[in-house]
Design a binder for this molecule. Structure first.
Ligand code: MN
Length: 234
């Protein structure tokens, strides 16, 4: 048995609906600007004919399970929700063809890509990395996973989010600019996708700020619901 100078970090994992075993999370990839109406609201429209998807990464340690209460994060005064379909990878894939992409999918979840929008926009506009805006503690919220089973490769279904019960986001997976097979084919040109990887597939329009005391609820049709309570600042 290996001796360590201190206890190694735990394995970050998610529950799986209908199963006792948990899904160990390896990496968290996030897709930027993958719904036209959101790209427009961010002032950066997308032309699929000339552009490719882009990605950023959140550490696995940013994962937080649905239902948690998180402190209002440090360093921001514009803390935003982004409701997203999460694709969980269950098999290795490198340079995968779109037609073979379903083989990689373990299942799905409903996720929140929580964002320090003020810091993200400063970084974006200065051509700097987005880490301070995106890759911070407890920023990757995720529901229990639903195995792919008979769902197949999701192509349509509502994506919705409410703050304190009031609808803020309402769209459909059919409006993804790059769909699931296209994303898996593209991302696997750059990484050897591995079991345990999660892919947050991007948010539709209607992103906005939350404050201490708010309750976020979000749903993906056929997949499930994610919830987050915003606690006091530390
Ligand atoms: Mn996002």
């Amino acid at each position: 048995m290996t001796n360590y100078t201190f206890a190694p970090a735990p394995v970050f994992s998610l529950p799986v609906e209908g199963a006792e075993a948990r899904f160990p999370v390896k990496r968290i990839f996030c897709v930027g600007r993958n719904y036209h109406a959101h790209a427009v609201e961010m002032g950066r429209p997308v032309d699929k004919s000339t552009m490719k998807p882009f990605y950023f990464i959140k550490d696995a340690s940013t994962l937080i399970e649905s239902g948690a209460t998180v402190p209002y994060p440090c360093g921001t005064s514009n803390y935003h929700f982004e409701m997203e379909l999460v694709v969980a990878i269950g098999a290795e894939g490198f340079r995968v063809k779109e037609a073979d992409a379903a083989r990689l999918i373990y299942g799905y979840a409903a996720g929140l890509d929580m964002t320090r929008r003020d810091l993200q926009l400063v970084a974006r506009d200065q051509g700097r990395p987005w880490d301070l805006g995106k890759n911070f503690e407890k920023s990757a919220v995720c529901s229990p996973l639903v195995p792919m089973g008979t769902l197949g490769v999701l192509q349509a279904g509502s994506v919705a989010l409410q703050v304190n019960g009031a609808t803020k986001q309402s769209s459909d997976l059919s409006k993804l600019i790059w769909n699931i097979p296209e994303l898996l084919a593209d991302l696997s040109q750059y990484y050897h996708l591995q079991p345990g990887d999660l892919i947050y597939t991007g948010t539709p329009e209607g992103v906005g700020a939350v404050v201490t005391g708010d309750l976020i609820t979000g749903q993906i049709a056929q997949v499930g619901e994610v919830q987050l309570n915003i606690g006091a600042a530390e």
